[in-house]
Design a protein around this ligand. Structure first.
Ligand SMILES: Nc1ncnc2c1ncn2[C@@H]1O[C@H](COP(=O)(O)OP(=O)(O)O)[C@@H](O)[C@H]1O
Ligand SMILES: [Mg+2]
Length: 232
């Protein structure tokens, strides 16, 4: 699915005063793209990602994903749209601490409905196997390393075969080598499942692996470069 953003603005209230953190952002991301969003801390990367994924509503402007204008949906419709089309991976993993790895991956499958318990179990096990964690299915998050927790989170994000995967600094809490492996996995899954991948990262090496790098500064896009060297 492609994403088309027009005139996107976000204003937060900060100490009672409006603080505009995104300024009229226009952006088009084609289906199956692999885009890295980079920029200094506070430049609006997380805010932009949340709006693209339909987690939040903008103050102004529009986000269209495929044929769907997110602004035309109610809160419930957006939640359903996300469940069916979007995966999200966070810097801090966001696993449910009281559930095992396998149970964490089962959650979105159970919420989606339409699969019986045996099919859910089989799919969750296949996903954990795909991320190299078949042997950790019954571990709780606290019993897993950071890299393992992030792999569980990736398996969970891919559970419902999302058309688009958003990842907000998915390697930010990992050492460099583990981070490389996490990005290898995202890139492989992006190719295999033909998912659109939109990744926020601080890491220049990781950003360099994307086919396109969009740089934010002060809530504006200040650079947009394709890997083949052509400006977007
Ligand atoms: N919920 C919020 N309320 C008020 N200000 C916010 C909120 N979320 C983010 N901000 C502010 O918006 C700016 C952009 O934040 P963010 O999108 O998280 O940037 P980045 O991910 O690039 O570090 C920052 O100045 C931040 O303090
Ligand atoms: Mg951020």
């Amino acid at each position: 699915m492609d994403i088309v953003v027009k005139g996107l603005e976000q204003t937060y209230l900060s100490g009672g005063r409006p603080l505009k953190v995104l300024h009229a952002v226009d952006l088009e991301i084609e289906a199956e793209a692999f885009v890295a969003i980079v920029g200094p801390s506070g430049s609006g990367k997380t805010t932009l990602l949340g709006l693209l994924a339909g987690l939040d509503r903008p103050s102004a402007g529009s986000v269209r994903i495929g044929d769907v204008d997110l602004g035309a949906l109610t809160e419930d419709e957006r939640a359903r749209f996300r469940a069916e089309n979007v995966g999200f991976v966070f810097q801090t993993f966001h696993l449910i601490p009281t559930l095992t790895a396998l149970e964490n991956v089962r959650v979105p499958l159970e919420l989606a409905g339409g699969m019986d318990a045996a099919a859910i179990r089989a799919r969750a096990e296949a996903l954990l196997d795909r991320v190299g964690l078949a042997g950790r299915a019954h571990h709780y998050p606290a019993q897993l390393s950071g890299g393992e927790q992030q792999r569980v989170a990736i398996a969970r994000a891919f559970a419902n075969r999302p058309r688009i995967l958003f990842a907000d600094e998915p390697t930010g809490n990992l050492d460099a080598e583990t981070g490389q492996r996490i990005v290898d996995l995202l890139v492989e899954l992006n190719r295999e499942a033909r998912t659109t991948l939109v990744l926020v990262t601080h890491d220049r090496d990781l950003a360099a692996r994307a086919r396109r790098v969009v740089r934010l500064a002060g809530g504006r896009i200040v650079e947009d470069v394709r890997r083949d060297g052509d400006p977007a």
